[in-house]
Design a protein around this ligand. Structure first.
Ligand SMILES: Cc1cc2nc3c(=O)[nH]c(=O)nc-3n(C[C@H](O)[C@H](O)[C@H](O)COP(=O)(O)O)c2cc1C
Length: 187
């Protein structure tokens, strides 16, 4: 869902969604998710503009055309400043296991990311159940340090996703899915 009605999301509904996120399974039950509810309009704008500037630089490096850059940036600014609710979901590895070798460190990091993704999916399912639309956006992954700096977050919080939420302004068609044969292998 990428366009929302102006109607605010009630606080109780938001609390239900956040609670649902925290009921997700997690590796070692470390619950490595951290969520920032971005309510302050000025902070939101500052964050959105800084991310857009970084993204613009990235797109220019990838030789993307001016028209596409302009359209992408406009949409990005609009979606993150106008969504009724904007959440930043982070990963912290603080309570995950520590290993001396890169192979196990990578596996542990993946478990942390998988746990945070499970929490986000719980939140999205709870939103759907309440008739609230949502979109999972990967933007902060590409500028984690910048996001952390602007929001004054602890060094250990690794920004993973921005989630926009609100009551639907439209009902987009369901994106296609691959066939079961393409994604399931029975051995
Ligand atoms: C890890 C992840 C990152 C995503 N990042 C974005 C994003 O940056 N912008 C966006 O509009 N949608 C993003 N999405 C949403 C996907 O585009 C969407 O889930 C997919 O197209 C399938 O649509 P559906 O969820 O409505 O079935 C992301 C989803 C996931 C799981």
């Amino acid at each position: 869902m990428r366009f929302y009605a102006e109607e605010p999301v009630p606080d109780e509904a938001l609390e239900t969604l956040l609670r649902a996120a925290t009921l997700a399974p997690s590796a070692h039950n470390a619950q490595p998710w951290r969520v920032v509810v971005l309510q302050n309009v000025d902070v939101r704008r500052q964050l959105t503009e800084a991310m857009a500037t970084r993204w613009e630089q990235d797109m220019r490096r990838s030789a993307i055309g001016e028209r596409v850059i302009k359209a992408e940036l406009e949409f990005s600014l609009r979606r993150f400043t106008s969504a009724p609710v904007l959440l930043l979901v982070c990963l912290t590895m603080e309570e995950m296991d520590r290993y001396p070798d890169p192979g196990r460190r990578r596996a542990e990091q993946t478990m942390g990311i998988q746990s945070v993704a499970a929490a986000i999916q719980n939140l999205l399912l709870a939103a759907e159940a309440l008739g609230i639309g949502a979109c999972w956006c990967c933007a902060p992954l590409f500028c984690q340090g910048l996001v952390r700096r602007i929001l004054g977050l602890p060094r250990s919080w690794e920004p993973q996703a921005l989630i926009t939420l609100g009551f639907p302004r439209h009902h987009p068609p369901r994106p296609p899915r691959k066939s079961m044969e393409d994604v399931v292998r029975v051995l």
